[in-house]
Design a protein around this ligand. Structure first.
Ligand code: HEC
Ligand code: HEC
Length: 348
């Protein structure tokens, strides 16, 4: 009898200790770090925060949501499942991303940074605003398999989210999708990448060594028309000569516009952090940068709408390839990868 009386409370204590129902979000940074950044010489961003004023409470709410599997139907998948900080918010090692019930998507997760400069989102430009972008994965049956109405219901049941929404949007603020989307957008929009070696060289704080410098010159001649500095993309849609995978037959931009002249065109990706974001291309078909470069040298397929610059491929000698790779490695921004304010707030 005594044994049972003692035992049950002990078991209960262990039970409550072991289930982290409502983990506290840990702030790791100074509020002054949260501000709009437009590095010198960069173009004007598309998204300017006018209707989404930057503040710590909104940012922290966005961060909590980004890392919370509550946004998926069975609480197994969060945004972070496919967008991981240590690889510039791409999906490490996954050609095609995995969603709920281990289902495969048909596209590779793009890295997330400098999103304020993107006029359109997704490989095919199917989403036109950062504040609606999260609706796509949440409502996609393969990615998070949820629906927004149900997500809002779940959030309303949480005392922690009630407080976080009030901190962000004012006392008595209701939890709704517009505010959830603003918070997620604010968190993602502040993921700037502007502290790579390349950026430090541009600011006069570092110098390229010989191979990097020569690689930069090759890059300017052969890649910069599309992967345009300083963002390393102009975000236009193009067919860069990948052969069409008949199993998926992804028509790219034409999937959205229906225009034959958009067939097989995909958004030109930024090459910032490119050494980290393998596998490459919209379907993750290449595992290495060597394969990407070899594609431009000898793999260009002449399907409809091939970019005119790529007719006949881009000639590169093995030594030029080495130098280009040395240059591309200077685009890695370790500050973004290790910045604590973007880390998982639920981790200890
Ligand atoms: C199952 C994996 C998966 C999950 C979960 C996921 N994403 Fe994605 N994300 C992708 C893929 C794949 C794409 C590209 C889709 C396309 O082009 O059709 C993408 C694209 C994006 C883009 C556009 C980037 C660009 O360069 O155009 C943003 C922003 C984004 N996701 C944010 C989020 C947010 C926020 C969440 C959580 C609400 C989320 N993602 C959840 C896989 C995922
Ligand atoms: C005519 C425009 C154009 C030129 C020139 C060009 N690219 Fe690309 N590049 C693209 C497009 C478009 C994609 C995206 C294709 C896709 O996802 O299907 C791409 C994708 C890539 C990728 C994969 C990126 C990722 O995140 O998956 C790499 C790496 C790359 N290019 C490197 C280069 C290099 C290096 C050069 C110069 C030798 C170059 N590109 C020249 C348009 C171009």
């Amino acid at each position: 009898m005594i044994l049972r009386v003692v035992f049950i409370p002990i078991i209960l204590v262990f039970f409550f200790l072991s289930c982290k129902v409502d983990p506290k979000v840990k702030p790791h940074f100074d509020e002054n770090e949260l501000k709009e950044i437009i590095p010198t010489g960069w173009p004007e961003p598309v998204y300017r925060f006018q209707n989404n004023p930057i503040n710590k409470a909104t940012f922290e709410l966005g961060r909590a949501l980004f890392y919370d599997p509550i946004l998926s139907v069975d609480s197994t998948v969060s945004c972070e499942s496919c967008h991981q900080q240590f690889v510039a918010f791409a999906h490490s090692d996954h050609a095609l991303s995995h969603g709920v019930a281990n289902q495969l998507t048909t596209r590779n997760s793009p890295a997330l940074f400098n999103l304020n400069w993107h006029p359109l989102f997704m490989h095919d430009g199917g989403v036109n605003h950062i504040e609606v972008q999260p609706l796509a994965p949440i409502n996609n049956p393969i990615e998070m398999g949820e629906n927004t109405v149900h997500v809002i219901k779940k959030l309303r049941r949480s005392a922690r989210y009630k407080k976080m929404f009030e901190d962000a949007f004012g006392k008595g603020a209701e939890i709704n999708d517009a505010q959830m989307l603003k918070a997620l957008a604010q968190f993602m929009a502040l993921m700037y990448s502007y502290n790579s070696k390349y950026d430090r060289v541009k600011r006069g704080e570092a110098e390229f060594h010989q191979d990097e410098l020569e690689g930069y010159q090759i890059f300017q001649q052969k890649c910069n028309q599309c992967h345009k500095e300083p963002l390393f993309s102009d975000f236009q849609f193009r067919n860069n000569g990948l052969s069409v995978n008949p199993a998926i037959n992804d028509s790219g931009r034409a999937h959205i516009t229906g225009l034959p002249s958009d067939r097989y065109k995909f958004k030109t990706p930024s090459l910032r952090n490119i050494t980290l974001t393998a596998p490459y291309m919209h379907d993750g078909r290449f595992n290495t940068l060597d394969q990407c470069l070899q594609h431009y040298v000898s793999g260009i397929t002449n399907t409809v709408n091939l970019a005119p610059e790529l007719q006949g491929g881009i000639p590169l000698t093995p030594s030029e390839i080495q130098k280009l790779k040395a240059f591309l490695a200077t685009l890695t921004d370790y500050t973004l990868l290790t910045d604590k304010k973007f880390s998982n707030p639920y981790a200890n």
